[in-house]
Design a protein around this ligand. Structure first.
Ligand code: ATP
Ligand code: MG
Length: 418
């Protein structure tokens, strides 16, 4: 089968060809096209060295992003492409980058360093796929299989174990048996891998359609990545299987699914925030995502609002999207059918409350500081308290959000106070 290369990639390949070097499209793009999917980006590999690639495209079009490892970024027809010299990797002793790379002469040798057979294929326009490890067969069978001996490959770089789950989850594949066994047995090898690298793969893994199934199938790996999800006496195999079943029913968003893991009812509420903070560190979440995760953990432990105004206060605090996530987390976290029914009823009350009152915060009130100042309200604390009180009245349905009604009520509240 020949692969439909996009025209800009054909022209890019042509240019390198004309300079007298070998060049192939490689890795994810070839895999995705064979699966009938649109590739996210294109990687090319070549026997040219970084400086030679630079000479082909000129100073301005090339960034020597990872030239030490053989990778340059080429800006071509408005997009950027990673072009990497054929290489083999040395050990990853800092868990981040190979210590040294060795440039090699042939595409076959380059493909041998790649993680999985489905990622170890290369191709040129109009030519058959270079597939020395049976990647096409594994794509058809839906298998993620290590290139070579899985034990050795995971010892070289522990991150590959997480990548195996990410690809299996994304494509609805299975991790091939020997590869899967090696991943469970060597899960402790993740210890030396940087939180950034794990976090990045995890972010791709968790929202994927098959995440729950892989979670259940790889409990040791899961416990290695996020040990703080479990209590010491719990059986990881049972817990991760149950969590996996529930996670698939949550929205396909990494953060909401991650938040759910820290809101299990077995975890004492007083520990959830701290455990979520540990999870944020284990995955090197940035400040914003960390804050958001902690808010989800918090929102999932506080008592549910009992009134319309209570729901509207939650909406004002966390926004509508996050409020829905908190409810989804609580629904999937609930145990008994009664608990589920209660959360279902709460979600219905929430929906009604939000629909009944479009007024989200003070800025949506039909009066503002200027109208109230005209009634003699002094700016600052008095003004703030009065606006807050009017908002609560509107939320509770005791006042309509209309200017005259709010002004009249404001005058009344002021008179009461003075
Ligand atoms: P995606 O479409 O999700 O980006 P991808 O296959 O392009 O998938 P990348 O992480 O972008 O994945 O890596 C590009 C290619 O580099 C892979 O297809 C694989 O051949 C190789 N590769 C990446 N990481 C590793 C690794 N840790 N060990 C071995 N090979 C790797
Ligand atoms: Mg990629």
């Amino acid at each position: 089968m020949t692969i439909p290369f996009p025209q800009p990639v054909c022209r890019l390949i042509d240019r390198i060809d004309q300079a007298g070097y070998q060049v192939y499209g490689v890795g994810g793009a070839i895999r995705d096209l064979l699966l009938g999917r649109e590739p996210k980006d294109w990687d090319l590999c070549t026997n040219a060295f970084p400086q030679q690639v630079k000479a082909v495209f000129g100073e301005d079009a090339v960034r020597l992003t990872g030239a030490r490892h053989g990778t340059v970024t080429v800006l071509w027809e408005g997009r950027s492409y990673e072009v990497t010299t054929y290489r083999q990797d040395g050990p990853y002793s800092d868990g981040r980058h190979p210590d040294q790379v060795r440039f090699v002469a042939s595409i076959q040798e380059d493909l041998a360093r790649r993680d999985f057979t489905i990622n170890a294929m290369a191709c040129r326009p109009g030519e058959p796929v270079v597939d020395p490890f049976g990647g096409q067969k594994d794509l058809e069978a839906g298998l993620v299989r290590a290139v070579g001996d899985p034990v050795r490959r995971f010892q070289e770089d522990g991150l590959r174990m997480v990548r195996a789950l990410r690809f299996a989850a994304a494509y609805g594949f299975q991790v091939e048996e020997a590869t899967g066994r090696a991943a469970e047995e060597l899960s402790f090898r993740l210890e030396g891998v940087s939180a950034q690298r794990i976090g990045k793969e995890w972010e791709g893994f968790l929202p994927a359609p098959g995440a729950g199934k892989q979670m259940g199938a790889f409990p040791r790996l899961m416990s290695q990545i996020l040990p703080m999800v479990l209590l010491p006496e719990e059986d990881p195999a049972r817990v991760w299987k149950e969590l996996g079943e529930r996670i698939d029913r949550l929205p396909a968003e990494a953060l909401v699914r991650l938040g759910f893991l820290f809101c299990r009812k077995e975890l004492p509420p007083s520990q959830r925030m701290e455990r979520a903070a540990g999870g944020a560190a284990a995955l090197a979440l940035d400040g914003e995502n960390r804050r958001f995760l902690l808010e989800l953990a918090e929102g999932s432990t506080s008592p549910l609002p009992a009134s319309q105004a209570g729901w509207l206060r939650w909406r004002a605090q966390m926004g509508e999207g996050q409020l829905e996530w908190v409810l989804a987390i609580r629904r999937e976290g609930s145990g008994t059918p009664e608990e589920r029914a209660a959360i279902q009823a709460a979600a219905e009350a929430c929906r009604k409350a939000l629909a009944a009152c479009p007024c989200r915060d003070r800025r949506d009130l039909a009066v503002d500081g200027r109208c109230l100042a005209a009634l003699g309200v002094s700016p600052g604390r008095e003004m703030g308290a009065l606006l807050e009180r009017l908002l609560e009245e509107v939320w509770a349905g005791r006042l309509p959000n209309r200017r005259e009604a709010l002004e009249e009520a404001a005058a009344r509240f002021l008179a009461e106070r003075r």
